[in-house]
Every structure is written in C-alpha cells, then in structure tokens.
Write a protein that binds this ligand. Structure first.
Ligand SMILES: Cc1cc2nc3c(=O)[nH]c(=O)nc-3n(C[C@H](O)[C@H](O)[C@H](O)COP(=O)(O)OP(=O)(O)OC[C@H]3O[C@@H](n4cnc5c(N)ncnc54)[C@H](O)[C@@H]3O)c2cc1C
Length: 448
C-alpha cells in the first residue's frame, strides 16, 4: 500500500491527510515536532485571554486519528533524503515514504538584533510560544512592561493579549503609520488611533536597536533607534514570518525563501510536494504573493494536493483573494485587491468612506477608466463573501457594487447600516446619481 508521509500537523498537512482518507485507503503518517494533535493556530490568542482552553482549539477529538487510520508521530524531522525516500527523525527511527508532503509552516523573523535570543524574547507562533508567554507574562506584577517589535497582524494580537491582563505595552513600528504597506492611508490612520485608544504606547517610525540583558540572561530593556531605553521583561518579535525550511538544507530540494513549487504543488524532487506557509510558487498567481502565509490558502492547497495524490491531478487555483482579521475590536475584511499607496497600481483609484464618529470605514478600489470593481476593504462592517466573489467574477463596476451594497452587508439584524451615507459621499465625489437598491434575498441566495 502506498505510504504518504506528511511533515507538519497544521491546517495544510492535516487537510491533506483528511482528504486523502476520504478519497483512498493509502497509509498516512503525519509527523510534527510541535504538538500531539492538530490545533487552530489562529485561536492561540484566545487561550491566553481566557476565552477558551487549549483543548478547545483542537477541532477533532483525539480518537479521530486512529479511527481514520492516520498515524501521528511526535518527532522532529532532521533532513530529507529524497533520493532514497527516507526521512531521519531526531528521536525515533527513520521513516520511508512513497510520497512526501512538506507542510512545515513558518517561523517568526529575527533580523540579527543584539539580544534577540535572550530569555524573555519570543515570537508568537507555536504552542511553545504560548506556554512561554504564560510563564513570562502571567500578570502585570511579574511583567511590568512588554515591548512588541513589528507592526502587523500578529503584533497587534500580542498587544491585545497582554492588554487583556493589563500589562503595559509599548509597540515599536518601523513604518510611519500602522501596516501602511498593506492598508491605504485612511485605514491605517484609523488603526493608529484605535491602538492609542487602547492605551498601547504606539511608537511609529521607530526601530529596535538592541535588547539588553540582566545578570541572569533575561531581557530587561530595549533600546530604540530614537535613543530611548524602555525597561521591559517581555519582548515580542512580530516582524513577520519566514518559511520553516532550515532542516532541508543540503536536501537537494530547490528553495528560494520557501520551498519552490509549481501549480501542482510539486517540488524539484520527485514525489515530494510542499503546501501551506512553507511553499513558494515559482510564479506568483495573479496579484498574489508567491508565499501565502494565511490559513485558508493552506487548507485549499491541502485539498488540492489530496486530489492529485489520489489520482485526480489538480492545479492549485485559489480564485479571488480574500482575507479577514481583527485589529483589537475592529473586524477587517478584504475581497479582491485594494493596494496601499506604496503598491497602488497605475490604473487603480480609491473611494474611501469613514464614519464620522465610530471606527467604521471602507475603501473601494476600481479601475480609473472603466470603473471596473477591483476590491473592497471594510472595517467594522461585516460583508458576505459569496456576493463579492460573484461580483468579482462577473466583473461588475464600482457603481454596480455601490447600488447593490445592501445585498453584501452581513451585519446582524438591527445593526445600523451605512449604505446611504456611503453612496451619498460617492455621488458627491464622483458626480454620479446612484440610488442604493433595497436588499434582495433572492439575489443573495442566487450568489451561493
Ligand atoms: C498568532 C497567529 C495568528 C494568526 N491569525 C491568522 C488569521 O487570523 N487568519 C489567517 O488567515 N492566518 C492567520 N495566521 C496564519 C496561519 O495560522 C498560518 O498561515 C497557518 O497556520 C499555516 O499553516 P501550515 O499548515 O502551513 O503550517 P503550521 O500551522 O505552521 O504547521 C506546521 C507544523 O510543522 C511542524 N514542523 C516544522 N518543521 C518540522 C520538522 N522538521 N519536523 C517536524 N515537524 C515540523 C511545526 O512545528 C508545525 O507544527 C496566524 C498565525 C499566527 C501565528
């Protein structure tokens, strides 16, 4: 019987295993150095914040794996001998495979800062990171200040976690406005204000120079490039992530930043595939980045690869870009492409609307000449994914989107709606006379 070995029990690896089992009787082994069982990485923050226990982040009961004949091995793979189809383990005996799936995820970036390996300096990625954070920052008596380095989605999550225990937080952000490489200026400004309103000491335009140790090798302060020394006992390194591929050095598998794959998710080595955060498309797909470190694309790659491994050769085809996240208590959604000023396309024009009082805004990107709808970002308004997916596929205009915006709104009933104000502003700015159409459940159901 063919033996499929998967390294990594994150969303990408586990999805592959589940779908192979649905489609076949192959022997499946998953190896992970992190935890015995799969858990939802995106929910780690809620464990620290006391909203759930770690066990609640595990989507499957522990018996699920044996019942589905998926063998789990808790060990670290030190190398891949692709010529012999063997992988050595740190503790156990080497394992042979017929097909190998690399789904080894990411690791937090470290840029060679002096003091980056001190105790009390950590990223927020793994279950081990969560455990360390619990130890170093159990409360504001043991941790009188934390400094977070790097303004992105994980940095803001870490700040929220620490603030939930009333630990003072200083947030060093290299850019002049939060996440402005991704978000257009108006949105980035809203998030700056929101961070400050949460009593987080946000320092924009500021780089980490050095982390200073105490006599026991623990971090006791950071020094910034502005010459400030900030005493702290926890330093969170959240300046992005990099594919976790160090163990593949000398494995004869092509690596750039991540493991290079084609649309079939094949690596340069025969019968070896890579998926999820650790994979790098040899040619970027549309406007997507060659490495996509997001949850749902890991799942999609897993589903796609399972088809190929079970005889139905299938290309990875992720469709329209979308994503969602939270900035403290503001929900953010994005569909299609809305670029920041740093990356805006020559043909791209933006319409930005912000609520006069509340933390609610949106940006619609469209083609300057044709008014073709390119994408939307929303903050504090929940939208329906299938509707935007359909409008992008149907190549609708921004005017059409605004006319039908009420169909897209997914906020619970009785929430205040803002479509009339949004359309009024668009009409005023662009000299149009759009009238928002009434919400139509028929149109909404037709989009599913
Ligand atoms: C705090 C946090 C919040 C996030 N929030 C969001 C979000 O809101 N939305 C979103 O889309 N994405 C989010 N992400 C990103 C998302 O979690 C990742 O894109 C996704 O989990 C990656 O899945 P994966 O299966 O590729 O890898 P991983 O989940 O990283 O799994 C890889 C596994 O392989 C193991 N491994 C690596 N090397 C070896 C080896 N040599 N031997 C044995 N085992 C090995 C690792 O220990 C790990 O357990 C978040 C990430 C973090 C850290």
């Amino acid at each position: 019987m063919e033996h499929i070995v998967i390294i990594g029990n994150g969303i990408a690896g586990v999805t592959t295993a589940r779908h192979i089992r649905k489609l076949s009787d192959k022997k499946i082994t998953i190896i992970s150095a992190e935890t015995d069982y799969f858990f939802s990485r995106t929910a780690l923050m809620y464990v620290y914040m006391g909203h759930m226990k770690f066990e609640h982040t595990q989507p499957y009961e522990n018996w699920f794996w044996e019942k589905n004949r998926i063998q789990l091995v808790h060990d670290y793979v030190t190398h891949v001998h692709a010529e012999d189809k063997v992988i050595p383990l740190k503790k156990g005996s080497p394992i042979s495979y017929d097909k190998l799936v690399l789904a080894t995820g990411s690791k937090p970036n470290k840029f060679g800062w002096p003091g980056q390996d001190l105790k009390g300096v950590q990223g927020l990625y793994s279950k081990q990171d969560l455990d360390t954070m619990e130890k170093i920052a159990p409360d504001n008596k043991n941790c009188q200040r934390a400094v977070i380095v790097g303004g992105g989605l994980i940095g803001i999550e870490m700040a929220e976690m620490l603030r939930s225990r009333k630990i003072p937080v200083t947030f060093l952000v290299r850019e002049k406005s939060f996440w402005n490489g991704v978000l257009p200026a108006g949105e980035s400004k809203l998030i700056n204000e929101h961070i400050l309103a949460h009593h987080i000491d946000l320092r924009l335009n500021t780089n980490l120079e050095e982390i200073i140790a105490d006599e026991n090798g623990f971090a006791k302060a950071v020094v910034t490039d502005k010459g400030d020394t900030i005493p702290c006992t926890l330093v969170g390194l959240t300046a992005g992530v990099t594919p976790n591929v160090g163990f593949l050095k000398d494995s004869n598998i092509a690596i750039k930043k991540g493991i290079v794959v084609n649309r079939l998710l094949e690596t340069s080595a025969k019968d070896v595939y890579a998926i999820g955060d650790c994979a790098e498309q040899q040619e970027a797909i549309g406007n997507r980045r060659p490495i996509e470190a997001v949850w749902y694309t890991g799942r999609m790659m897993g589903e796609t690869l399972a088809q190929t491994l079970c005889g139905n050769t299938t290309e990875y085809n992720p469709g329209h870009w979308f994503n969602s996240a939270k900035f403290l208590d503001i929900e953010y959604q994005t569909y299609g492409w809305v670029f920041s000023e740093r990356h805006i396309k020559p043909y791209e024009q933006h319409f930005h609307w912000r609520h006069p009082k509340e933390n609610i805004c949106l940006t619609i990107a469209f083609h300057k000449d044709s008014n073709l709808f390119l994408g939307i970002n929303t903050f504090g308004i929940r939208m329906r994914h299938p509707i935007f997916d359909k409008w992008l596929t149907e190549k609708r205009t921004a005017v059409y989107v605004l006319e039908h915006l009420k169909d897209a709104n997914f906020d619970p009933e009785f929430y205040a709606t803002h479509e009339n104000a949004i359309v009024d502003q668009y009409n005023a700015e662009f000299g149009t006379s759009i009238t928002p159409k009434k919400k139509s459940w028929k149109r909404i159901f037709n989009s599913h």
